[in-house]
Design a binder for this molecule. Structure first.
Ligand SMILES: NC(=O)c1ccc[n+]([C@@H]2O[C@H](COP(=O)([O-])OP(=O)(O)OC[C@H]3O[C@@H](n4cnc5c(N)ncnc54)[C@H](OP(=O)(O)O)[C@@H]3O)[C@@H](O)[C@H]2O)c1
Length: 356
């Protein structure tokens, strides 16, 4: 796999995100039937659908890749269709509409709600549990990779080495609790119908237009103090996350398999910020005091299954620095990885935001 030294444009970024691992191309040759991606119009879904399309092309197999979302942003629909992905608008909260979706053997479930959870807890619970129930009932005969999050685990110290799949959930706040709800709904229907499911616990994808590394880089570049209250993070290049998510289709099970998907490294926020400071030739300012515990996941199991990530943290930091310092576009969707009390306000006006 060719890894470029830097990424110069959005077109190049979209292409880099959609390069299939050779083993994904091989899997597409073996895999029976089409793919349905539910919640496909968010930050990850379009690149995942594009990747699936590329893997099928390289494999020389004709599969329908069907992207389902409400398409609140209609431009995502156009973007997907230009890349050979079929699109079907559907509200996953509507069980009748979900029942009319095409029945296919392979489903990726990506629907979720996080920001704005404070004050709208009932909506967050509804989207994170009712949409999964509608999907799990309708696609009971499919294999389902259900995106979950490392936030279902308790906060842990760096010395722990990160939460493992066998650790019990310990959600902090209503958003995280609703994500445990999402997992439990899939688990319930998997046990009831024998549906093969994998619960994919993701920690922080990075695609240069958003992600934890982008948040830190922009703080340094734009002269804002970097928050040290959360000392360490796990991140993964979104291309690696999406390749692994698709490969997970062959690791679904009943009762559900559970898998942490993130990078091998535990990155110290201070070290990452200082590195950006050197790359930008800027002084780094600080705020916040370490709270001692944070979301960290142990990626050992997925590293054993899928091998090392193709883009390591070092390369990713260089890509992000180049992107940010050359005016690369931002989605304007900060991750708010510094939140440790489970209180996710709006994406635009987060708790803890400060002026430069
Ligand atoms: N990105 C990360 O770093 C990260 C980290 C941990 C976990 N995750 C999880 O991974 C999944 C995918 O991540 P993401 O960043 O792509 O999430 P995202 O940006 O929130 O995208 C999810 C998409 O689901 C669609 N959706 C929401 N409600 C829907 C409904 N009722 N019916 C149909 N579609 C609906 C939305 O698009 P429309 O408005 O068009 O419907 C939304 O853009 C999410 O479940 C997220 O919780 C992501």
């Amino acid at each position: 796999m060719q890894i470029p030294d830097r990424i110069e444009s959005e077109a190049a970024l979209d292409e880099a995100l959609a390069v299939p691992y050779p083993e994904l191309t091989d899997m597409m040759r073996r895999l029976d039937g089409d793919l349905l991606i539910l919640g496909a119009a968010g930050k990850m879904g379009p690149s995942l659908a594009h990747l699936a399309r590329n893997a099928c092309c390289e494999a020389g197999v004709a599969k329908r890749i069907i992207a389902v979302s409400r398409f609140s942003d209609p431009s995502q629909r156009v973007w997907l269709e230009q890349r050979g992905v079929e699109t079907v608008p559907c509200d996953l909260m509507d069980p009748d509409a979900v029942a009319r979706l095409p029945q296919v053997p392979n489903v990726l479930f990506m629907v979720g709600r996080k920001f704005g959870s404070v004050g709208s807890e009932s909506l967050t619970w509804a989207i994170n549990t009712i949409a999964p129930a509608n999907a799990a009932r309708t696609f009971r005969h499919s294999r389902i990779v259900a995106f979950s999050t490392g936030c279902i685990y308790p906060l842990v110290p760096v010395a722990s080495g990160g939460s493992r799949e066998s650790d019990p959930p310990g959600p902090v706040g209503e958003y995280a609790a609703s994500c445990v709800g999402r997992e439990r709904v899939f688990e319930h229907y998997s046990e009831q119908y024998g549906t093969r499911v994998l619960l994919l616990r993701l920690n922080y994808a990075v695609d240069l237009r958003y992600g934890v590394l982008v948040d830190i880089a922009r703080d340094v570049y734009e002269g804002r103090p970097v928050d040290l209250s959360v000392e360490a993070v796990n991140v993964i290049w979104q291309g690696d996350a999406n390749n692994r998510a698709l490969l997970c289709l062959e690791h679904t099970a009943s009762p559900p398999a559970k898998l942490n998907i993130t990078g091998a490294e535990t990155l110290m926020v201070r070290d990452v910020a200082l590195r950006f400071g050197r790359l930008f030739n800027k002084e780094v300012r600080w705020r916040g005091t370490p709270v001692g515990t944070m979301y960290l996941s142990n990626a050992r199991k997925s590293l054993d299954l899928f091998g090392p990530t193709r883009v390591d943290a070092d390369r990713l930091i260089e890509w992000v620095a180049h992107w940010v310092s050359h005016g690369g576009r931002s989605l304007g969707k900060p991750t708010h990885f510094q939140v440790t009390d489970g209180q996710y306000l709006t994406q635009d006006n987060p708790k803890g935001a400060v002026s430069p």
